[in-house]
Design a protein around this ligand. Structure first.
Ligand code: ADP
Length: 403
């Protein structure tokens, strides 16, 4: 038999456990039911209010920080998505951490290459050199041919406390720059050559006269050659100046231009030359206007008509027509001249290209007329169409966009 005191103690302990259980359930119950997403909307006993207010404040802070983070992420995605430069981030082993859209397009890969070795995406010698330099802590750059274009690729180490933690690769499209550089080099070489030829002829003739090696009866012929070659030089220099002014791409004011009026002006300026060749020059079509730079439009019409006269046959004709196309205003110069062989049709707009050098020289051509036309047409946003048949004639159309 337990002493009555012990029995009372046991009963009291059991009762205490049962009561404590019930009470803790009543205390914890509302806590478990709290909606932590909206802490202040819960109906709980007053003692919990300060805690819920703090939770609500933290809740707001976290959601503001999340919004900010998302906004920054969106901004970053928009910037990297519209970047024309390719950006790739690598870890300190040369494995891809992130690759952005332009770089994916360039290296012909997709987001799935994240986590792969960069050399699995591009194994070129240049890439190997870039990576080994960057992973050794040195910034380097290489030229790479990718997808038919020329690119400058820069690799910079990402350093932290003097240690390489990763590599940042940036690619820049330099195709256009290299093409322009190449064109500039070719142009300079061509200009020197083109200037040298008439100058040598002038010097040769002058030397012969100076040394008394020309018979008095031939003096006129030699003076004529010197004048002719000098005129050629002046023409060449004029064309070079016109081209370089176009190259500078200066913004000129646009105005309303009547194409027929410009054509009439050009016909008037070329009438003497046309008469010399017995070529008739006419203007026809509709009286259509465009918004453009007058000097450029004149340049186009003048060069086309000049060629149409120059490369025409005795008794031939040239017609300038203005008409309306689909969303375009078309100026066409048609001649009944010698025509351009099919293999040369794609090249006549190149600088200094001439189908027949000797014939062109005879007719006073510099090989720059059609490149001036092309340049001016591009500046006007116009398209060029060429149709030609040897022995029958040529039609060159300039299609100006309708504003
Ligand atoms: P050029 O000053 O020699 O005329 P262009 O650039 O104007 O130079 O023309 C390039 C070449 O295209 C000319 O040398 C000529 O051979 C050819 N060409 C241009 N226009 C015509 C045309 N209307 N008919 C025949 N050939 C032409």
């Amino acid at each position: 038999m337990l002493p009555p005191f012990c029995a009372m103690l046991i009963v009291a302990a059991v009762l205490a456990i049962i009561l404590a259980g019930r009470m803790s359930k009543r205390i914890v119950g509302p806590l478990n039911d709290i909606d932590l997403d909206c802490p202040l909307e819960n109906e709980v006993y007053e003692e919990l209010s300060p805690l819920l207010t703090r939770i609500e404040r933290q809740h707001r802070q976290i959601s503001e920080q999340l919004d900010e983070l998302r906004r920054r992420q969106d901004e970053f995605a928009t910037v990297t998505g519209s970047m024309s430069e390719g950006l790739i981030l690598l870890n300190d082993k040369g494995f891809i951490l992130s690759i952005y859209p332009a770089a994916m397009r360039l290296f012909g890969t997709n987001a799935g290459c994240a986590g792969c070795d960069m050399l699995a995406v591009n194994r070129s010698l240049e890439m190997q050199r870039l990576l080994s330099d960057a992973l050794a802590g040195k910034r380097s750059e290489e030229a790479l041919s990718l997808g038919g274009g020329e690119f400058q690729v820069n690799a910079s180490p990402v350093l932290s406390k003097g240690e390489v933690r990763g590599v940042c690769i940036l690619t820049f499209d330099v195709t256009e720059k290299q093409r322009a550089e190449q064109q500039r080099r070719e142009f300079s070489a061509n200009v020197s050559h083109e200037l040298k030829t008439p100058l040598q002829s002038i010097m040769g003739s002058a030397e012969l006269i100076e040394n008394g090696l020309v018979q008095p009866a031939d003096l006129g012929r030699f003076a004529g050659r010197i004048r002719q070659e000098s005129a050629r030089l002046v023409m060449l220099i004029d064309d070079i100046i016109r081209l370089s002014r176009l190259d500078e791409g200066e913004e000129l004011p646009k105005e309303d231009i009547g194409l027929k009026a410009v054509a009439d002006e050009v016909v008037c300026a070329l009438s003497e030359e046309a008469a010399k060749k017995n070529v008739s020059l006419t203007v026809g079509g509709e009286d259509l206007h465009i918004m453009g730079v007058r000097r450029l439009v004149y340049e186009i019409v003048y060069n086309l008509c000049e060629n149409a006269v120059k490369y025409n046959v005795d008794g031939g004709s040239v017609r300038v027509g203005v008409s309306q196309g689909d969303n375009e205003t078309i100026l066409a110069v048609s001649d009944t001249g010698i025509g351009i062989p099919p293999e040369a049709q794609g090249r006549v707009f190149e600088r200094f290209y001439r189908v027949d050098k000797s014939h062109s020289k005879e007719t006073g051509g510099t090989g720059l007329g059609l490149s001036i036309v092309k340049h001016a047409a591009v500046s006007c946003g116009a398209r060029i169409e060429l149709q030609s048949k040897v022995g029958e004639g040529t039609t060159i159309k300039i299609c100006f966009p309708r504003e």
